[in-house]
Design a protein around this ligand. Sequence first.
Ligand SMILES: NC(=O)CC[C@H](N)C(=O)O
Length: 367
Amino acid sequence: MKHTQQPEALLVLQDGTVYRGLALGKIGTAGGEICFNTGMTGYQEIYTDPSYYGQVIINTTSHIGNYGVLNNAEQESGGVKIRAMVCNFFSNIHSRYTADGSLQEYFEKAGIVGIHGVDTRQLVRYIRSKGVMNCIISSEILDPAVLLAELQKVPDMAGLELSSEVCTQESYEQGDPESKLRVAVLDLGVKKSILSNFNQRGVFCKVFPAKTPYTELAAWKPNGYFIANGPGDPAAMPYAVETVKQALDTETPLFGICLGHQILSLASGISTYKMHNGHRGLNHPVKNLITGHCEVTSQNHGFAVKADEVMDTDNVELTHINLNDKTIEGIRRKDKPAFSVQYHPESSPGPHDSHYLFDQFIGMMKE
Ligand SMILES: NC(=O)CC[C@H](N)C(=O)O
């Protein structure tokens, strides 16, 4: 189809700003918190990462859809988790002989709305200056005033508990049951590639729903606890903080990623805050303060832990720091075998500089 025939779409921001473009995906209307990922690859991993649940993602890279989709290998969960997508050039053709289909068909099947033909560079600069806000996209309602009224129904991300909506509803096991290393995973929105990183290292996992009481995790007799990534506001999850506090009391090794890092920090008495516009991309430099090495990291978060409180908490050590803005990227407990990072060492998408953290956790369990 030529671009000129494609139906129009509108993007309306919470402050009333309107962007016009063309429809992609399903014809419809969707709203959520707007965020942007600057990664040049991995759009399907991003759309299926449960951490993005409730969010509208802007892909800033210039071509989206140009390599189609793979039904399984590039999915981080059972399906698309974003609310809608914004991009500049949406490719209606894809060139990858192994692709299972086009992104357009994938979005239509998943019921995902989107808009393309938007100047994403200008839009991202605007959001970076004004700060994160909600938005609404529609390819069926083309009246900005009506959309702005609809947008009022979209809840603010601050205060939202979303993990219980995206996590597994039944616990399940994954990996080699004969393995000596057993990790209980608290599923706050876990990405598939985190589980495969454990399985590839010979770890047998049992994945528990977000609100599983600690006693149930402990009854499985794990050698370690993994607190997963996930959507929403960590401060709205006292149930998870309680579970981590009880796990810490047992001196069993514990590892957290992203939301799991925020929950471990909260369990250690450190509070979290909502960032001006978050970190989402594949090239964020982080310094490991223990080794002095710099890692290029994959990131996706809109909340962070308070740096001054990390420095003031005696039983917590700062282990990783973001070289762009000095935000906290990793901590460890001095009094417990527990550590966490704010970024995504499994990447998927992104560089593999930080895979050592999985080995570090396994080393702790072996001790
Ligand atoms: N990827 C994640 O685990 C995100 C954590 C949390 N929802 C945040 O936005 O900061």
